[in-house]
Structures are given as C-alpha cells and as structure tokens.
Ligand binder design. Sequence first.
Ligand SMILES: CC(C)(COP(=O)(O)OP(=O)(O)OC[C@H]1O[C@@H](n2cnc3c(N)ncnc32)[C@H](O)[C@@H]1OP(=O)(O)O)[C@@H](O)C(=O)NCCC(=O)NCCS
Length: 161
Amino acid sequence: MQIRRVGEDDWALIRDVRLRALSEDPGVFGSSIQREQMFKESHWRMRARTVSTWIAVDATGVGRGIVSMLLEPGSPVDDRHVVGLWVAPEVRRQGIGWRLLDAARTGAVDEDARTLSLWVVDDNHAAGDLYVRAGFARTGERHELQREPARIEERYELTLR
Ligand SMILES: CC(C)(COP(=O)(O)OP(=O)(O)OC[C@H]1O[C@@H](n2cnc3c(N)ncnc32)[C@H](O)[C@@H]1OP(=O)(O)O)[C@@H](O)C(=O)NCCC(=O)NCCS
C-alpha cells in the first residue's frame, strides 16, 4: 500500500475514497454522504486545491484510506488540523491509519507548524487509541456534536516543536 500526497488532478480518487468513508462510517465525520454526493467536480477540485490530502492506494490503484490536513478557521496560524482520517474496513489493523497520520504529521512539520490538532468523538475508541499512541494528548476542550447532541467530541493536540 502506497501513501500518496494527492492534488487537484486526483479529484476523482479523492471523491471515491471520501464517499466510501462517509457511507461506511457515517457517525464519525462532521459531514454526510447525502451532502457530499451532491458535490460537483468543481467542488472536489476546490477541496483538493485548498486541503492537503494523502491517500493510501493499493497495487491496483484503488484508494483504501485517506487523511486531510488544513488550517482550522479560528485556530492559531501555527496549528495544523487533521480531518477525515479513514481506512477501509478490509485493510484495518495493518498500520495504514498510523502511516496516514504520520504523513499528515510530516506535512505539518514541513509547514513549520507548532501543533497538530484534531477532534475525536468520545465513543470512537479505535481512533482515540491511535491518536494517544501517536503522542496526541487530550486538551479538555469538549463540545456536543451539532447533529447529535448526545455525543461529545474532544480536541486532541500533538506538540511538534
Ligand atoms: C481509526 C482508523 C483510521 C484506524 O486505522 P487502522 O489502519 O486500522 O489503524 P492502524 O492499523 O494504523 O492502528 C494503529 C494503532 O491504533 C490503535 N487502533 C487501531 N484500531 C483500533 C481498534 N479498533 N481498537 C483499538 N485500538 C485501535 C492501536 O493502538 C493500533 O496499533 P496495534 O494494531 O498495534 O494495536 C480506522 O479504524 C477507521 O478508519 N475508523 C473509521 C473512521 C474513523 O473513526 N476515523 C477517525 C475520525 S476522528
């Protein structure tokens, strides 16, 4: 499995992996398949231009994992924010999530970021374990999910320098 930094020309690959992530795991992302399947090519191209993205591509060229990194509105300019980490169920527990997260971490270091942050829902133990093992710490900053107020998410942060 190759971890590839993708760009605008890869918009269709990004779309396919992202839509599969939203359909397989609808409860863990701040968006929905109903919303994103309406996106036009121009939306995907714009997202690919404005958000750094890495995809785990298998030997046949199919995307089996994805992660993105961006500057979160309202966050310090030296923070980079991880969003949309997902690995296809058939290839989980093989270290791909770890490698994708590490690609985002390296991307943040290359941009001279001081911290890397992300949000995790309390009941997402797989992701929480992965982040803690990767050195992220809980910040105590917590809020209810907009779409599902019974569920709480917390901001985690990794200090890079
Ligand atoms: C979270 C996710 C990305 C992990 O991907 P993965 O490729 O299976 O993760 P890895 O194989 O790299 O696992 C690395 C470590 O993370 C932890 N981990 C991963 N999955 C876990 C699970 N189901 N339960 C407990 N710990 C888990 C373990 O510490 C694991 O190390 P180990 O396998 O040596 O025990 C994947 O389960 C996923 O896509 N989940 C649905 C989407 C999601 O929740 N995204 C995160 C949103 S915040």
